[in-house]
Design a binder for this molecule. Structure first.
Ligand code: 3PG
Length: 187
């Protein structure tokens, strides 16, 4: 099945990464983001209420908002995303057990890489769009320029250490379609 993550990344150059502790944040994050012209969110699976927050976000705002799930680390996570009909899935890494489930999910997905070997593994699976994570710890802009010279077909969404000061520098790179981060929800 086709992975249509390119369309999501092109439409949303800024992808807010949200870790939701309290379900009241579903409404406040939606209001905050739409007031800044942002119409997507990646909700991490890092708290006990994460899945419920994703379900609520989809139910209340899913019509005009791309609701993605981050921190995908298992086939079970992907199955849950299918049940909730989320708009995209993001993993911090690559995992063999997730390959087939990602490919057959019908949901756009963004696997994570940080090193050349991981990019090669991803490309060998037929994937060309990656989360570059944690971008700040793995060379940031310098690494992405080097990867651009070596892996011309690979495109990235860097996250980890992106902020209001450096986001545009990342976005100007030819192999970056969008950037993600928690800073978009912290001001
Ligand atoms: C992620 O899950 O993508 C990162 O934790 C976001 O990193 P940041 O908090 O440095 O933006």
């Amino acid at each position: 099945m086709q992975n249509n993550i390119e369309a999501i990344l092109k439409k949303n150059p800024l992808i807010p990464v949200a870790t939701i502790d309290n379900l009241s944040q579903v409404d406040s994050f939606y209001s905050h983001l739409t007031s800044h012209g942002i119409h997507c969110i990646e909700i991490t699976l890092r708290t006990p209420v994460s899945w419920e927050a994703i379900r609520l976000f989809k139910e209340r705002y899913g019509k005009d908002f791309a609701v993605g799930v981050g921190t995908i680390v298992s086939p079970e996570d992907i199955e849950r995303c299918k049940e909730l009909n989320v708009d995209f899935m993001v993993s911090p890494g690559l995992g063999d057990a997730m390959i087939d489930v990602f490919n057959s999910s019908g949901i756009p997905f963004l696997p994570g890489v940080s090193t050349p070997s991981e990019i090669i593994q991803g490309l060998n699976r037929g994937w060309t769009f990656f989360k570059f994570f944690p971008a700040d710890l793995f060379g940031g802009i310098k690494a992405l320029k080097t990867y651009g010279a070596i892996f011309s077909q690979a495109k990235f969404c860097p996250t980890g250490g992106i902020n209001g000061e450096n986001a545009n520098d990342f976005l100007q790179l030819n192999n970056v379609l969008s950037v993600g981060g928690s800073w978009l929800l912290s001001d």
